[in-house]
Design a protein around this ligand. Structure first.
Ligand code: FAD
Length: 318
């Protein structure tokens, strides 16, 4: 079922959902199940599965030379989606990226999703590769998420990349896109970023999931600004509990966001990461309760591979 249908059927009750990251190549999927199992009691109608960009690895050769190779360390997004659907009878949302894929490769991924009965896809640009200063699309790839949304919308109309294939048997993906309550790091202004978000919605996106934020007032302001821009699709808040002291520096640096000073002070007082984890849980509970009271359609948690803190939050909130 589509994410938008789940929201409609919930009749103003806030739903619980979360995002998982595929395991690294060579690891067993059981670890993933072990993290998901404790969260299923909160009845997520859908689970997002991220896609990781390819990265450069350097392989030592004889004589000390290094050979640069490209690899994808966490493949398997669509396969994991299929296995979760089968194991838990839950809808899954594979993340589909512009970065690292030609449009042709993207079409294959979408065709696989369609055959597997996946009803939703999250359309994202992806970040620059770690050793590149800015995002470079693959030759014959999509440049921005809005281009990818257009490709998926075309498939929903039965239009494949090559005009020779026009089909009456159409895909019908519900398309999600990313939104940034504190502005995307590359965008020159909040309004410019919102105009880009509007382009994605106009191209066919039916819902938005936000980047993590720690100050609900930023989300509420974002919702208002989006409405003023004419964006009228559901905007699902993304919540991430702080888990380790290092997050104080890493989260602002990687995601270009602010942590409220009260949260920073509470974390600074902690003498170990167990303490930080509890502060993160308490903060996310308070954030979640306020968002539910404001009537958000879904609370979407970034699990980052570990579910004990998400379970602790959900058991206080759902
Ligand atoms: P876009 O919407 O394309 O925007 C990127 C930047 O370009 C913005 O600054 C925007 O303002 C600007 N822009 C857009 N269109 C134009 C245009 N036509 N001309 C000029 N500028 C333009 N990353 C992953 O690698 N894998 C994942 O699974 C993943 N999941 C995510 C899930 C969520 C909910 C979120 C919020 C992010 C996720 N990301 C993921 C991170 C995401 O890929 C990055 O934030 C990326 O830098 C931007 O992606 P986007 O889809 O928002 O890009």
């Amino acid at each position: 079922m589509k994410v938008t249908e789940h929201i409609k059927n919930a009749k103003d009750k806030t739903l619980f959902s979360f995002e998982i990251i595929p395991p690294q190549k060579g690891q067993n999927i059981q670890k993933l199940y072990d993290n998901i199992n404790p969260l299923m009691e909160f009845k997520p109608p859908f689970i997002d599965v991220t896609t990781s960009r390819e990265e450069h690895v350097y392989i030592k050769k004889a004589g000390g030379l290094l050979e640069k190779k490209v690899t994808r360390m966490r493949p398997g997004t669509v396969g994991i989606c299929a296995s979760l659907m089968n194991k838990y009878q839950v809808d899954t949302v594979p993340h589909v990226l512009c970065g690292g894929f030609t449009k042709e490769e993207t079409e294959y991924v979408l065709v696989d999703c369609h055959y597997l009965g996946i009803d939703n896809v999250m359309a994202l640009r992806g970040d620059a590769m770690k050793d590149e200063a800015y995002f470079i699309p693959k030759n014959e790839g999509n440049n921005y998420a809005s281009d990818l949304v257009r490709q998926i919308s075309d498939l929903n109309k039965g239009c494949y990349l090559h005009e020779i294939i026009e089909s009456t048997y159409k895909a019908d993906f519900c398309i999600g896109v990313a939104g940034y309550p504190e502005k995307h790091m590359e965008s020159p202004s909040m309004q410019a970023d919102l105009r880009r978000l509007k382009e994605k919605v106009d191209a066919g996106a039916e819902y938005v999931v936000t980047q993590m934020f720690f100050d609900n007032s930023k989300y509420f302001a974002f919702i208002e600004a989006a409405k003023a821009m004419g964006i009228n699709v559901p905007i699902i808040p993304g919540i991430k509990p702080v888990a380790v002291k290092r997050h104080l520096n890493v989260l602002p640096q990687v995601f270009s966001l602010d942590l409220p000073d009260a949260l920073v002070k509470d974390i600074e007082k902690c003498t170990d990461n167990a303490g930080v984890r509890q502060v993160g849980i308490d903060w996310a509970i308070q954030q979640s309760k306020e968002l539910i009271a404001a009537g958000v359609p879904v609370l979407h948690y970034y699990s980052m591979g570990k579910s004990d803190n998400i379970k602790a939050i959900a058991s206080q909130v759902f």
